[in-house]
Design a protein around this ligand. Structure first.
Ligand code: GLY
Length: 346
């Protein structure tokens, strides 16, 4: 069933969306329980829902939190006609979606993303799961939420780094879509966000993503477009995590975009001027990537273990132009190192 995406205040629409459930459960993490759930008070929904709270943070997207959600659902009488509302960032929507997809072989769930990253990416498109054995999103299933409610009022609860983190995925969507959309993103001031303009850009971004997912829900081909920036970005993200200096996902994706646009320029004739403009924007907005050439051997190892690889071959999504995909490009080691040099030195 195609996913229903609603751009509306959550408090208004949740009572209607959950009206035919025998019981409604609201999954939050400790942060969204405090900061976001109160924004739903006054709605018919909030008092009627049974809260389930898990600890915040990606390191809690694990079997223990999942087991807690299953236990709460079970002990508080959830049936196959119950619904789970996942109120939070990607950690909550990923884990909650997986809990709902597996409880009693599947109950319905609604995602209410509260971060920019979750609105434009995690909560949309049916990827659910948890981290396992030290690997991100190692266990999960594809299962669409009954509906995704995009309520951009939650964006005002975010700090600047989290706003920037989500914006990197929007920049990626703009690169996949059109030069006009890209230009609008490069003009957007993240220092003093115009929230009305941001809401409009969020909607465009969600539409780019859902259009791709509609055509390829289980990532056989076209959905790999959404990995633009992620082959390099994930390696940087894992390196920084290993070093105990973690950085938000979107920052690493933004740095990954610089690398993959550089490869696109070299291998697919992507325009030089756009590579320069996007790289300048990323450097100004996200700062310099905290890596040196001493990190290259470990970065290469991490890239070789990326779960998107087949037969150990590192694979990237490139662009021949804005909106023109070159999927499954296998860069040589020399090309990868050159792209990291470009990231560091411009
Ligand atoms: N985050 C990429 C995807 O949903 O496919």
């Amino acid at each position: 069933m195609p996913q229903q995406i609603l751009y509306t205040p959550a408090a208004t629409v949740l009572p209607e969306l959950t009206a035919d459930a025998d019981r409604v459960f609201a999954l939050c993490d400790a942060t969204t329980a405090q900061v976001c759930a109160p924004l739903l008070s006054g709605a018919g929904f909030a008092p009627a829902a049974t809260p389930i709270v898990i600890p915040a943070g990606d390191d809690n997207k694990d079997v223990a939190s999942l087991s807690h959600v299953w236990a709460e659902l079970s002990q508080r009488g959830a049936s196959r006609s119950s619904m789970l509302v996942c109120l939070g960032g990607g950690m909550v929507t990923d884990l909650g979606g997986f809990a709902a997809a597996t409880f009693k072989r599947g109950i319905r769930f609604v995602n209410v993303p509260t971060t920019l990253l979750a609105m434009v990416d995690a909560a949309v498109g049916g990827k659910t799961g948890i981290n396992f054995g030290g690997l991100k999103n190692e266990v999960g299933v594809f299962r669409e939420a009954e509906a995704v409610v995009i309520d951009t009022a939650f964006l005002r609860t975010l700090d600047a780094p989290n706003l920037l983190s989500g914006f990197a995925e929007m920049l990626k969507h703009a690169l996949l879509h059109s030069e006009d959309m890209l230009a609008e993103h490069l003009r957007f001031s993240l220092d003093e966000p115009d929230y009305a303009a941001l809401s409009r850009l969020v909607r465009q971004s969600v539409e780019v993503k859902s259009n791709v997912v509609r055509q390829d829900p289980t990532e056989r081909g076209l959905r790999k477009a959404l990995n633009l920036g992620h082959t390099f970005g994930h390696a940087v993200e894992s390196l920084l995590l290993e070093r105990a200096t973690p950085q938000l996902h979107g920052y690493c994706v933004a740095w990954g975009l610089i690398c993959e646009l550089y490869l696109s320029l070299q291998a697919a004739a992507f325009p030089q001027d756009i590579t320069t403009r996007v790289s300048r924007f990323v450097r100004q907005t996200y700062g310099a990537a905290p890596i040196t050439c001493k990190d290259y051997p470990r970065l290469l190892q991490l890239m070789r273990h990326d779960k998107k690889n087949r037969d150990g071959t590192i694979s990237c999504t490139l662009l021949a132009a804005v909106g023109q995909l070159r999927l499954d490009y296998a860069p040589s080691e020399a090309e990868i190192l050159e792209a990291f040099d470009f990231l560091r030195e411009g």
